[in-house]
Write a new protein. Sequence first.
Length: 460
Amino acid sequence: MSPSLHRDRRAIVIGAGVSGLLTARVLADHYGQVTLVERDELPPTPRQRRGVPQGAHVHALFARGVAALEELLPGFGAALTGSGAHRIDMGRDLALATPYGWGVRHLARLPALGASRPLIEHVIRLRATDSPRLTLLTGHRVIRLTGRPEHLDGVEARHGSTDRHLPADLVVDATGRASPLDRWLAELDCPAPPARTVDAHVGYATRLFRTPAGGIPTDWRACYSLPLGPSTPRGGVLAPVEGDRWIITLTGTGDHRPGTADDDFLPFARSLLTPLIADFAARAEPLTAVRGSNATANRLRRPGHAGRLPGNLLVTGDSACALNPVYAQGMTVAALSALALRDCLTAAPPRPGPDRLAHRFHQAQSAVQRLPWLLATSADNLHPGTTGTRPGLHHQALAHALHQLLRAGAHHPEAQRRSLSLMAMTAGPAALTHPRALLALATYRRHPATPTGHPPPPAP
């Protein structure tokens, strides 16, 4: 545990999703009292809840997210797999269907953890709330921030028909994609932080299935049919989750968004690049109705660039940077942001003011968000119906390079390794110009290969 810096101070974190839980856990090592305020009554077992509308869809933690969560919550990976999560090597175990063929499979040593979102959040909650200085206050909805425009003194929360004031020296908004931050700030006569939005108008449809009798006779453990620009507006994921179940999430942009009628699910799956996902759905027993979502826009708030913001207010998680969930970056960004907060607290001089902490944290978090924002929006801007902030030249160049790398990855292990490392956030855009990547781009076969049948076995 780090040396005490704020033992006589109180912090409030609004929202007990993944970001709020990890942020509260970090603050509990430094503040004398941390209150985590959540509007839902949290279930005692892993269950879908109202406050996480995206929780029904496919979730995964890629390599960098796994490492970050292990650093924040030692033993997290073992606890999650002990509860039924699946360990997957992204290079060897993932069958990746692209418009250019099956991605070359190889041992990439890029670990991923696959489980339902309710289970992931449940395991995080059990481990994050074990501090005696952290209090979880459920069934309370924060209705306003209180204090002055330049400095908050707490929040007002409503429980049933009763309102109460919760005093705090530091307030954190981790309420997620639907954060009421702009309204809260307007009530304090503060301008909203500048924001960018990129919306490819992606829709989701998800269903859980029981593992078919006899299992799945394959050497791969998950399948991803990749949506990629106007030629491939539809995609889908098939992955194992805990409890001898599998999850299928179908995606599409604009007019290609999947419907939520049960009878529409299989025909949509049949329209993907590969028949594997539809073949599984036709054999397996569905366990749930189809659940849909269209809340997939990328939105980046920049509180560090606000002209006037309460100096002791932190904005994190999807409240600060909401990414299209199809790229599975959100939980990783939440964990990296919590690590950035920990580093800001431990690197600060003795007894820094909360105003200084907010400035340092938002600057550090901006650096964390830069790569996932660039990757998600570069990919989404390939779709012709995308609205919002238009891509700059660097976005266009990155999108072109990613396309070329995916094309080469259908034939060359090194190209596939580079593209997967970007997906897992273990490498940045510099991976695209690495000499080995350039050699792969220069030497791969240039004819497309439709991903029919089963993917070839892993390369030695």
